[in-house]
Design a binder for this molecule. Structure first.
Ligand SMILES: NC(=O)c1ccc[n+]([C@@H]2O[C@H](COP(=O)([O-])OP(=O)(O)OC[C@H]3O[C@@H](n4cnc5c(N)ncnc54)[C@H](O)[C@@H]3O)[C@@H](O)[C@H]2O)c1
Ligand SMILES: O=P(O)(O)OC[C@@H](O)[C@@H](O)[C@H](O)[C@H](O)CO
Length: 388
């Protein structure tokens, strides 16, 4: 059995690749970072090192890597003969991997079992997004190719920090993990991934994960950055920040309870587990990694506006989430292109246009005016926006 995994980065090596290896798949990583591809091909094993309570080391073998920018034909051949394709490249990169998968499907023997495709990104229904990108890439050939693949959405949870420069292929991760995968699309033959679990309805899992782990994580990152903390653990050690993260997560839990019928006590335990994970002070995870790409994180269906919009539509409180959104607007990292864009927008556009452009909220949505007020307050702090 063979799996092709796009994105040999943190979660790619530290989680998805590891579980595919445990499932018995021969593993082909695809990446565009030449030094990383070379480093992977220079070794025949790497270690996934869990740090924190109960952490163990696991060795991964049976892999190779292909630079898709240089050896597209080789990659397409691998996809044509694979059982599984996974991605962990970032939601905005899916459109760039889609043409390779389409080309692989075109070469695939139509009588072989369908290619099982799962995007493992932090986004609602990322595999559906990938499928749409593949449809665009295939154009008129899509009708003939679609039946050669099945598509399952997934929710992937493990904190994998940025790895040290020059640190090789080994990966440091937290001990916790969860991988929930839609069962339905596979029929009677789901992929063999022993430590993943297959569920009939992914919606509660992905929203619980994105709107708790990722909302809380980003809230800690943005308040931490503003307070001068470098790591998530250091940010959470500040009781004021911990309280503000807790306030935002109580609101997302209230939404999950109403929307998906999740149990309030179980949600409280889930929140507590997650906050413990964030406090893991031997995991070197920075506020800069976790806060990365604030424009993506502030977009319509993401970890802040997604739950806040749905909460306010149901008459639920959103003050804690608006507080977190305010902190996100202050995220100023000159090395993050989206942070630079966000700060420029705050300085040059009026509050209504920043709100519309960044959040994608409709002007008549009940959340719009609340966010606009937060944006205006931030612009006042910056002494900007008024003359735009
Ligand atoms: N790190 C985590 O804790 C974590 C946990 C769960 C989910 N995720 C999600 O997984 C995805 C990847 O996150 P990450 O932290 O591993 O990031 P990362 O930057 O470490 O890894 C992404 C990799 O994708 C590669 N890449 C970029 N364009 C590519 C292309 N066109 N083809 C092939 N590879 C390409 C990059 O070179 C990089 O090696 C994101 O969607 C993220 O939200 C991350
Ligand atoms: O990957 P992002 O940028 O969507 O979010 C940053 C972190 O919150 C994220 O990578 C978490 O570590 C991960 O989602 C934990 O499962």
């Amino acid at each position: 059995m063979k799996a092709v995994h796009f994105g040999a980065g943190n979660i790619g090596r530290g989680f998805v690749g590891l579980l595919l290896h445990e499932g018995g798949y021969e593993l082909v990583f695809s990446d565009v970072a030449a030094p990383l591809v070379d480093a992977i091909n220079a070794v025949d094993r790497y270690t996934v090192r869990e740090v924190g309570p109960g952490g163990v080391d696991t060795v991964v073998t049976g892999f190779r890597a292909i630079n898709s920018a240089e050896n597209a034909e080789e990659l397409i051949d691998e996809i044509a003969g694979a059982n599984v394709v996974t991605t962990a490249v970032g939601p905005t990169v899916l459109r760039f991997v889609a043409p390779h998968i389409v080309a692989g499907l075109a070469l695939r023997d139509p009588s072989s079992p369908p290619l099982q495709i799962m995007a493992c990104e932090n986004a609602i229904n990322a595999t559906d997004v990938l499928r749409e990108e593949m449809k665009v890439a295939a154009g008129g050939a899509w009708d003939a190719l679609e039946g050669r693949a099945v598509f399952a959405n997934t929710a992937v949870d493990r904190i994998v920090p940025a790895q040290p420069e020059g640190g090789g292929v080994d990966v440091t991760v937290e001990p916790f993990f969860e991988w929930a995968i839609e069962r339905g699309p596979f029929g009677v033959e789901p992929p063999v991934i022993p430590r993943a679990h297959f569920v009939d309805d992914l919606a509660p899992y992905i929203e619980r994960k994105l709107f708790t782990v990722n909302t809380g994580h980003a809230t800690a990152a943005y308040f931490g950055a503003a307070a001068g903390s470098d790591t998530i653990a250091a940010a959470l050690a500040d009781d004021t920040i911990a309280g503000r993260v807790d306030a935002a997560l109580r609101e997302t839990s209230a939404l999950l309870e109403v929307k998906h019928g999740l149990d309030a006590e179980e949600l409280a335990r889930y929140r507590a587990t997650i906050l413990d994970r964030f406090r893991n002070d031997v995991l070197p995870d920075t506020v800069w990694r976790v806060g990365r790409q604030p424009l993506r994180k502030l977009s319509r269906h993401e970890r802040f506006i997604g739950p806040a919009a749905q909460a306010i539509e149901r008459g639920l409180g959103v003050d804690g989430l608006l507080d977190a959104i305010s902190a996100a607007l202050a995220f100023d990292d000159v090395e993050d292109a989206q942070s630079v864009d966000l700060q420029r927008m705050l300085r040059t556009q009026d509050a209504a246009s920043v709100t519309a452009e960044v959040t994608g909220l409709e002007a008549d949505h009940p959340l719009f005016g609340r966010v606009e007020a937060v944006v205006a307050a931030r612009q006042q702090e910056l002494g900007a926006g008024a003359d735009a």
